[in-house]
Design a protein around this ligand. Sequence first.
Ligand code: MLT
Ligand code: ZN
Length: 464
Amino acid sequence: MTQSALIEELKTLLEPGKVLTDADSLITFGKDWTKHFAPAPLAIAFPKSIEQVQAIVRWANQRQVALVPSGGRTGLSAGAVAANGEVVVAFDYMNQILAFSAVDRSVTCQPGVITQQLQTYAQEQGLYYPVDFASAGSSQIGGNIGTNAGGIKVIRYGMTRNWVAGLKVVTGTGELLELNKGLIKNATGYDLRQLFIGAEGTLGFVVEATMRLDRAPKNLTAMVLGAADFESIMPVLHAFQSKLDLTAFEFFSDKALSKILARGDVPAPFDTACPFYALLEFEASHEQVAEQALATFEHCVEEGWVLDGVMSQSEQQLQNLWKLREYISETISHLTPYKNDISVTVCQVPAFLADIDAIVERHYPDFEVLWYGHIGDGNLHLNILKPQNLSKDEFFDICAGVNTQVFEIVQRYNGSISAEHGVGMTKRDYLHYSRSPAEIGYMKAIKAVFDPNGIMNPGKIFPL
Ligand code: MLT
Ligand code: ZN
């Protein structure tokens, strides 16, 4: 069948105008935030109902057409990039909040609901959706579930997985499964819901999700602390965690901070220059909590771990301190960073970072390297910035060499090559550094059960 005949057939499954093939749309909907692969989809399909998603999947099976799910396209591992003539299934028109239960503290959403829309909705009900990250204004719930998105509050609230109470998915055969149905307790064998979370659309597409909500936090307060050196950050984490329930514990290097300050729209936290900074947050629900935080800060200064610090006194100051961390990714994106999103257990972080730093410094002394991340969860973002004299492809080729060495260290520490961004296409060749051959074998077998014809986001997680 010709490509144009395929497109005409696809159009009959959807409402008029809901299949796009113009060059702009193919580029826009065929990519995410990565720059490694050129988008080259066949068409973009916009279903408006579960039945339409099922019709697309059944048609794709019949015609052997690969499908790529697309949410807010904020992914950082090319999990939603269509580079091989696939049909992109974009969930932008399935973006409604369908139901809310105050008693269950749950919201049932379509997959195209934007993360911030869910956060705002929860707030309007006096509740809280705690999964949060810089791209919350664009990322969609379906995509968050597909990558098991993490972000800045994982230390307290866990990842997206912790908040999924029920899922409706269309599997690779076009069958609709209703998984866990919002239950808290359910001991009826395999929890298939968990398989679809973090599966990057390789088993099926999320078409509805029931998300749990939490109580709203009280008087969130942030501190930014300047650390004397990297080794000091972990005792600072330990000191604060033993006194307070932290809602975040992030870090960034002086180089990352200098990029933010160069923007000119975010105030410096204080004047003292420090090699690393920690941003921590807690609920100052009583005056004693803030007093305890200040006493812990003083203890950290006395120990020589912390050189300077500031605590937010208003919502505006809280926002400004968060901008120091949250704006980093967007601020450096024009420098074509090569991103690594690695994790180890928290106690291993200092030795792990030192080993990786040594490799990067020894082999790539001319590259500018920025560190930041969710250090309270053991998740570090290593960003290598592209020098101007190298083309994107030359730079990414060199970085692939760095990858192998970095991932050998990750493997030695029993860490993860992707803590929260997913495997997608950028990390698929390195999966074996985090997963054993037996595990990968079982993963592929599971894919074959739910997607026997291999049409669901092929080439993601595993190479084609
Ligand atoms: C972050 O922590 O800022 C996000 O994961 C994005 C990034 O790593 O650049
Ligand atoms: Zn992150």
